[in-house]
Design a protein around this ligand. Sequence first.
Ligand code: C2E
Ligand code: MG
Ligand code: MG
Length: 469
Amino acid sequence: MNLPRPSAAADWDLSAEEALHRRRVQRMLVVGGGVMAVAAFWWGGYFAVQGAWLLVAVDVLIFATGVAVVGLAWRAQLRAASLLILPVLLMVLTFQALLLDAPTAIAPRSVHLYLLPLAVFALVALRHEKPWLAFGAPVLCLALFLVFSATQASWEMGFQLPDAMRLWGTWINAVFAVSTLFVMLYILQTDASPLTARQIELRKALARGQLVLFYQPQVDAERGVVGAEALVRWRHPTRGLVMPGEFIPLAERTGLILPLGDWVLAEACRQLELWASEPALSRLVLSVNVSAAQLHQDDFVSRVIDTLQTSGVAPGRLRLELTESVLVEDLQSIAAKLAALKSQGVTLSLDDFGTGFSSLSYLKRLPLHELKIDKSFVQDLMDDGDDTIIESMLGLGRSLGLLVIAEGVETEAQWRYLRDRGCHLFQGYLFSPPLTLEAFEAYVRQPQRAALTGLELPVEGLPIQPSVG
Ligand code: C2E
Ligand code: MG
Ligand code: MG
């Protein structure tokens, strides 16, 4: 049966909901495992003093399980952690409720109160399991809770906790169990509401056309404009212009970055095509930021090529900016994708260069065209007079035969310094902040802004071969 492929927006809904769910389970596991380890540590100490070594052994097991659960949850192995904590806690709580915590005239039973937060946890964590487990586990927790609340069921054993101790234990268990229940419910609720509200708002912004591109000029050594970086902004109906730092991280966490990135790419290509008919604008190269999630899509290359073909733009006019963090994972497959894009004429820039793993081996393996020196290095340049980092970046660019662009150039002194040491291109407030489309076009149309000679950028626009995977 051929089901229709969900749209990008539906894809995003699913991944956003799933990401939230996983975060909730992870936080519950960390809280649950932590409470387990702390409680077992204290009780284990008490039983050791009393010489009840069988109970000490049980507490060591509980402590080790709690630590293992926190460790697994930390490494996002949520299913393993959930399937470990649930049976161990069910067994331990049943064992304690029957053997150590039988109600007396002085002290009621209390350890079974932990079954309530455990039921909430089971309901959330086992949501994707088979129905017998997804419903069976929480129902079993509640059934045991009912039995231990309503009966005096107990088993005799040699060791008896003193009543005074049990009385204190009742309070400690009640406070711990109710607090854990409260934290579980709090996680369930707070994780969901503000994040989803902001996600929904951002998704609507995309659908309603509230996102816009700003353009920041990139200039050559004569200050002629050779291109621009497209930077997204959100024209919020009440908050005004929202900067990408406030919503790109949310988009990345929730998967919305995929439709958002598609939109930015399509909009940038549409704009390039509009500029193609005007001599002052037709030679500009437009840089577009690409996120890791976009690059890891299986069909990333064909998406870019399709967008270029639909808009009719020469691929050499488009430059994709990747950050070093994108390259940490699966370098081989990324290098293959980038090579496929390069073969079509699209050029690639390494953004925020110097802030990540600047390893020579990957620089050599990637078909890069440009290194973009991160603005932090440009800003440090004049502050402490230390120029060795910038010089080695320029040297590296030269030896690899790459263009080098410096971002965040704010002063004449920074610009002169970089230009005199062979930096090719520059971007920063010294020349212009990111501008609206109209302001950018007006900026480039001023006769003194035209790039006269300078660097010959590769804008040849190779013909597109349709069969690219
Ligand atoms: P980036 O790609 O490193 O962009 C450069 C940032 O530096 C921009 O901030 C720009 O406005 C700012 N900048 C430019 N010149 C100067 C200067 O002289 N001094 C200083 N201090 N800053 C300068 P913006 O626009 O807030 O963008 C921040 C980041 O958001 C970008 O960093 C990029 O990582 C991300 N971003 C922006 N648009 C997009 C997009 O369409 N897609 C994706 N995936 N990320 C985007
Ligand atoms: Mg960038
Ligand atoms: Mg940057």
